[in-house]
Design a protein around this ligand. Structure first.
Ligand SMILES: *Cc1c(COP(=O)(O)O)cnc(C)c1O
Length: 298
């Protein structure tokens, strides 16, 4: 299988010094694997790309906003597979492309801007998708995405008790739920506000719906800082402080909120004594470029 990964780049950093000594904490550094196909995105895309290749498709079409990690990763991964890519972008084209879209374009992605209303309905303008195209759902959400995300766990030992991750579409979290034993806990930190359908979206990607399976995962939904891609001075101060204490950079859309929430849960003694916690650093650092310079120290 084609892969942009060098498994040697993926480290597991111990940050147990942040706890009071009653638990251990480690971070799986998927942010270090690739500049453009960072974090969880390659994992979520891999089986879509395999299928597209097997079906002899020539081009990958997918959706995202101007700062979408998913779009950039898709552009890079499609190129790696020798395919073209098309991004359907939410909102009108602005005079200057975002860093993310400019990078995606450099990787050969064709950019098509549609109105926010049309985007909501995922209305692809006529003539864009032909029989040569393979459509990947927004954010890579779907069973192949979850199956790919499950392979994240190939890169760490299996003796953790808790797996913590950021949640957008829930595809990564579903993969972790499917791939871990029943005595493990999977804790997802939602970065969206008011997203009542999220639990069902995750459930739909978890084939084994036994009662103890449902008991092993939990969504934390009160650390979204106002909603998707919203942030406050408190969040940025936390991210700077976290970097000073761990040398681990985070992004303000996903992993900053994840580390913030896990730190709060630690203070609230959410994790039983003796827990071995793994936090998945799902990457996304390129999105910080959208912030004013100087707000972050890394
Ligand atoms: C896309 C993304 C997520 C969310 O993954 P889902 O599978 O959609 O829940 C989390 N973290 C980062 C950095 C991402 O880019």
């Amino acid at each position: 299988m084609i892969s942009p990964l060098n498994p040697l780049d993926i480290t597991i950093d111990d940050i147990s010094h942040l706890s009071d000594g009653s638990v251990s904490i480690a971070v799986l550094r998927l942010d270090k694997i690739h500049l453009q196909v960072s974090g969880n995105k390659w994992f979520k895309l891999r089986y879509y790309l395999e299928e597209a290749k097997a079906l002899n498709k020539k081009n990958i079409v997918t959706f995202g906003g101007a700062w979408s990690n998913h779009l950039l990763a898709t552009a890079a991964a499609a190129q790696l597979y020798g395919m073209g890519s098309t991004g359907i972008i939410r909102g009108e084209e602005s005079p200057e492309l975002s860093f993310t879209l400019a990078e995606a374009k450099k990787l050969g992605m064709k950019l098509i801007f549609i109105s926010r209303e049309a985007y909501k309905e995922k209305q692809v303008p006529p003539g864009i998708v032909t029989t040569d195209d393979y459509l990947v759902p927004e954010g890579g959400y779907g069973k192949p995405g979850a199956k790919g995300a499950a392979t994240i766990l190939d890169h760490c030992p299996d003796d953790f008790t808790h797996y913590c991750c950021a949640v957008g579409t829930g595809t990564m979290m579903a993969g972790l739920i499917n791939q871990t034993d029943r005595d493990k806990k999977v804790v997802g930190v939602s970065v969206l506000k008011n997203y009542p359908g999220l639990e069902d979206m995750i459930e739909d990607l978890v084939p084994d719906k036994g009662p103890d399976q449902r008991g092993k995962w939990q969504l934390i939904s009160n650390n979204h800082f106002g909603g998707y891609a919203k942030y406050s001075p408190e969040l940025l101060a936390f991210m700077n402080d976290f970097y000073q204490q761990t040398a681990i950079p985070s992004d303000f859309v996903y992993t900053g909120k994840l580390f913030f929430a896990v730190t709060r849960l630690l203070r609230e003694n959410f994790f039983p004594k003796g827990s071995k916690i793994l936090i998945i650093h799902s990457g996304g650092l390129q999105g910080n470029i959208s912030l004013r310079k100087g707000l972050l120290i890394f």
